[in-house]
Design a protein. Sequence first.
Length: 255
Amino acid sequence: MLLIQKTSQKYLFGILVFMGLAAFFLNPSQAHAATLTVSSGCTLPEAITAINDAADSGGPGCTASGAYGSGDTITIPSGTITVSADLPNITKTVTINGAGVNESQINLGGNNGFKTDFLSAANTKNITIKNLSITDAAPYAVEADSVATAILENLDISDSIAAVKVVNTEKITIKNSIFHDNADPSSTIEGVGAVIGLGSNTAGKDVEFIADGLKILDDSGQNTGMYINPQSYVSGSNDTQLLGVSTIKIHNSVV
């Protein structure tokens, strides 16, 4: 009886090892993730380009720890980063993580901020931006389009034309953030604080928007606060109405 038990344990161990190896090779994106830290030897634009290309590039400090995969991270250290041009479009799933709202500050210098370019693989990639202060964006500090899941957390966005625009995205969460003192002098931005809209890539899907601990204060322009477009249209000879946001949850927020 003891021999049978030990044999069974060996078979069970072999099965578990096989399953672990199968998971590794069949889903390698979970096994590989690179981290790049912005520094004097690796600027923020260079770090974004390296993540997009899945290859070390740019300055001598742009060498990732870990192998590039589909869950890479850009770390923003304490201090102020000043940007002199539009940031490169983000084309891969990425987490951009600062040291804290009062620690990591990005001055965009009147340029466009974090912007996704996922249209070629719509709604299959994710973006997380957290623990940062962002100022002087034109037009947006964060502009995400055709994302599967967008998470914005612990952000302070101010003194920009507009804070955030997220459209064509299935799952949107904005948490513990403040967007304030943003101004649109042209009065053309739909929502200076935040724009949440739909499009053809989310037609017929269960779209969810959650705001928890969000404050939008002291903005100016034609449309201040938050603009949620619950019904969108595809233009044509006969405009086709798309389904609206299926779930809207706003908690502990001032908008």
